[in-house]
Unconditional design. Structure first.
Length: 140
C-alpha cells in the first residue's frame, strides 16, 4: 500500500540517484563526445559519401572525431575524417549542418607528413574536393 512515507522515501531515492548520475553523464560526454552528434554523423555522412559515388574500395579510412577546440558554429561539433586510397596523405573533414542536417565538406584538408604529424591545413582544390565547401574555422 502506498503511504505518504513510502512515496516520500521513493521520491527522495529517485532524486538522489538522478543527482548522483549527472557527474557520470558529464564525464561520459567529455570522454566520448555527444552521442546525438555521433549518431547524426554516422547516419548522414557515410550515405553522403555513397551518394557522391564513393564506396569501400575508394576509402582507406573514415571515422568520427571530436575536436578539442571550437569549429564552425553552423555545423555540429563532432564530424568525420575521411582518407581516400588515392590520396592517403590528405585527411578530408566532413560535418553535418545544424539547420537542415546537410552534409558539408570543410574547405581545409589536413596534410599528413608522417604518422600523427601534420603540416599546415591546405585549402587547395584536390581530387576529392567538392564544389561547395565551408570554412573549418569560420563563424566561431
Amino acid at each position: 500500500m502506498f503511504t505518504k512515507k513510502n512515496v516520500l522515501i521513493t521520491s527522495l531515492i529517485i532524486i538522489i540517484l538522478a543527482m548522483a548520475s549527472i557527474p557520470f553523464a558529464f564525464i561520459y560526454v567529455l570522454n566520448n563526445g555527444n552521442p546525438y552528434e555521433r549518431y547524426l554523423a554516422n547516419k548522414y555522412i557515410p550515405s553522403h559519401l555513397e551518394d557522391m559515388g564513393y564506396g569501400e574500395e575508394d576509402i582507406l579510412k573514415q571515422l568520427y572525431i571530436e575536436t578539442k577546440h571550437s569549429i564552425n558554429n553552423n555545423v555540429y561539433h563532432g564530424h568525420y575524417k575521411v582518407i581516400f586510397k588515392d590520396e592517403p596523405q590528405l585527411e578530408y573533414l566532413y560535418g553535418v549542418t545544424k539547420n537542415g542536417k546537410n552534409v558539408v565538406q570543410f574547405c581545409e584538408k589536413e596534410t599528413l607528413i608522417t604518422s600523427n604529424t601534420y603540416a599546415e591545413m591546405t585549402t587547395e582544390k584536390t581530387i576529392h574536393s567538392e564544389q561547395e565547401c565551408i570554412g573549418y574555422l569560420d563563424n566561431r
